[in-house]
Write a protein that binds this ligand. Sequence first.
Ligand code: PLP
Length: 485
Amino acid sequence: MFLELDGHGPHYAQLTRAIKAAVLSGRLASGSRLPPTRALAQELGLSRITVLAAYEQLRGDGFITGRVGSGSFVSTLQLTPALPPPESTVAPPSRYAKRSRAVHDRMIPLLHNGLPYNLQYGNPLTNPALNTAWGRELAHAAAYTPMRGVGTQGLEALRQQVCDYLARRRGIKVFPENVLIVNGTQQAYALSARVLIDENDVVVMEEPHYFAAYQALAAHGAAIHVVRTDNDGIVCDELPAIAPRLVCVTPSHQFPSGVVLSLPRRLQLLRYAASKQCWVLEDDYDGEFRYDGHPLAALRSLDNGDRVIYVGTFTKALFGSLRLGYMVMPAALRQDFITAKYYSDISSSGIEQTALAHFMGNGGFERHLRLTRKELQARREALVDSLRRHAGDRVDIVDTPAGMHVVVWLRHYDYALADALVALAHARGLGLHPMAPHYLKKPPRPGLILGYCSLSPSALREAMKLFGECLDVIDAKARGSLHVA
Ligand SMILES: Cc1ncc(COP(=O)(O)O)c(C=O)c1O
């Protein structure tokens, strides 16, 4: 009997799978006799115990009948005829799935993995001390987390900590009953889509914008209308005349351009939302990291119409695989958000919420933020100082003392030269990440996002020296005097 074992897991499980596959494909017909266990063991080079265990499992699953000793037989089963090619038989995917496929290619691939100077953005600073502290918190939480679950809205203790933090650092006064614990910002976007958006409803996003948010909203069926940003953030005069359902903004540190939404624009946006009776989603993804000590208070803190859905995340302040974040829900939407969260996944992980509440309560979180801020500031200064030294007036730097990346615009370059620069830098070990994929329509000038979380200050200085050398080569090429090497 020809049986192919797939090599995954214990032998008895592999044999069970192989025999099931043979039965389901019709190769082993109903009623046919299986070889005696001893003979099959010998044929396949397995122990008899293994074959016995597989037969036992198959008997338990109803695939074979009979007893060891008197013979085992394939059960009589009504099998579905072998499937013709999937396209013709599988029910067509939902409109959601079709739209998801259509926006999937906006995924921005991770480039330059493994290069010595990869200026990757989006990943937080890794702090080995945090691993130890978090391990302790998890062990403690495992003993104290209620086994029955922590409720859809999230652990009360964590929501209380979030409220204290928001009042202290972001100027937002809110009570735990208006906070929903979610699995990161991405879930907040997905829930907002479910609660607020029907197919073809208009949603405003900034241009440029965070592509994963765009994908979640577009897959849901939103008609996305992008509005330009300038040095003061989203250009409110260009908001659509037709009332959108939702406006999504990153006011503290526009993603990815890095500009801060100015106070007059904040007020203008809130007036617009009131006049159009729409909602505003404030994505405060890296609001913890401000280095000049004077962060503008969150947009939500200026909102006296209860129209701003504020979203914060722990994936930037702590680490990416901690899929926890929170939403401040306007009162009118509170129950809808909680219900949508319940339908989505019942609740976020209880143990991690308990660990985080304890970590915030004992001061560990603030301590970690202080250290991270200090380190990020040092890295930012190293990057910006050496960028000025080596790139000089060949770049315009968006100089916001915040966040985890710096944006530069290449002053005299077109896209062909910028592509040549990125390729040359890659060949020399420097990973540069272009701005253009964050736009629906390429901006007139090429720009780069320089992430500074994953390199030390001295490595960042080296990286900027290399950047300057690459610019020299491309400039020379542009003048026609050299070949790119
Ligand atoms: C604008 C913006 N919002 C939110 C996030 C974080 O999302 P999450 O909380 O789902 O990890 C990112 C991550 O890069 C981001 O760029």
